[in-house]
Design a binder for this molecule. Structure first.
Ligand SMILES: Nc1ncnc2c1ncn2[C@@H]1O[C@H](COP(=O)(O)OP(=O)(O)OP(=O)(O)O)[C@@H](O)[C@H]1O
Ligand SMILES: [Mg+2]
Length: 239
């Protein structure tokens, strides 16, 4: 975790005003990851659950995309399917000119090591995580759920910079609506399907803190059962 945060923080010492962030306003949108007709079911017979149903989407370089929806709607499953961690029952994922799910498991592992990084809930990090100069895909599942907002804001700020300053495709699964002002696009899922897509206003503008404060006026959560300081998580992750 600390290595990823170091990597993300490199070059992020400029004041927000000094950043001329690339993004949808300033350059063409480049799709780098496309899914077509993804399906995934768990269980059999009466216990069979269609976790992801016929999901097609495209994700772009230089963009931070959120995937939101109720618990059990299929967000984590979809993230796993499109990030090469879970084989779909049907459908394709096209990434960097390759059909991901035509690869053998070893080829897939190489692909993940080379191109992907993962941040999971509770900061259990995928072993492939290293501080690389080039990172095409960054996948995060509930990256702020164990953090107070001060630290959560730092994390989403860094994820935004990974997209806008380093050109990565960043996909974040979250329940946290405070992340919306940081996103270029927000997909909503229900019952395994994508039901809507929105484009929050001016996500690439370098005024994120201001935007956030306008949207959510300093309301402090009264109850945070999983409140953990980021410094503690970093110590645990690097131990
Ligand atoms: N390994 C599994 N075995 C059986 N069922 C599963 C498995 N993983 C997910 N499911 C089921 O698939 C559906 C989608 O689960 P998923 O974890 O993708 O939802 P989610 O939107 O990420 O939920 P949450 O917000 O609670 O994390 C749920 O009904 C879940 O119970
Ligand atoms: Mg989940």
């Amino acid at each position: 975790m600390s290595r990823l945060l170091d990597w993300l923080a490199e070059g992020s010492t400029q004041s927000p005003e000094a950043v001329s962030a690339p993004g949808p306003d300033s350059q063409p949108r480049v799709p780098v990851l496309l899914s077509q007709g993804l399906n995934k079911a768990f269980g059999q017979g009466e216990t069979r659950t269609l976790a992801v149903q016929d999901v097609s989407l495209s994700l772009h370089k230089n963009e931070l995309t959120l995937l939101m929806g109720p618990s059990g709607s299929g967000k984590s499953t979809l993230l796993a399917l499109i990030s090469g961690l879970l084989r779909p029952d049907a459908g394709q994922v096209h990434a960097l000119g390759e059909e991901m799910w035509t690869h053998s498991n070893i080829e897939l592992e190489r692909f993940r090591l080379k191109h992907c990084s993962y941040i999971f809930q509770g900061c259990n990090l995928f072993p492939a995580l290293t501080a690389r100069a080039q990172l095409e895909f960054l996948f995060a599942d509930e990256p702020t759920s164990a953090l107070d907002w001060e630290n959560g804001e730092q994390v989403i700020d860094l994820l935004h910079q990974a997209a806008h300053q380093r050109g990565a495709m960043v996909l974040v699964v979250t329940h946290d609506s405070r992340l919306v002002p940081y996103a270029d696009r927000v997909f909503h899922m229900e019952d395994g399907r994508l039901v809507s897509e929105e484009t929050p206003k001016s996500p690439s503008q370098p005024v994120l803190h201001q935007l956030h404060q306008e949207a959510i006026p300093l309301a402090k959560p009264t109850f945070q059962p999983r409140r953990v300081a980021l410094s503690t998580l970093l110590q645990e992750a690097s131990a």
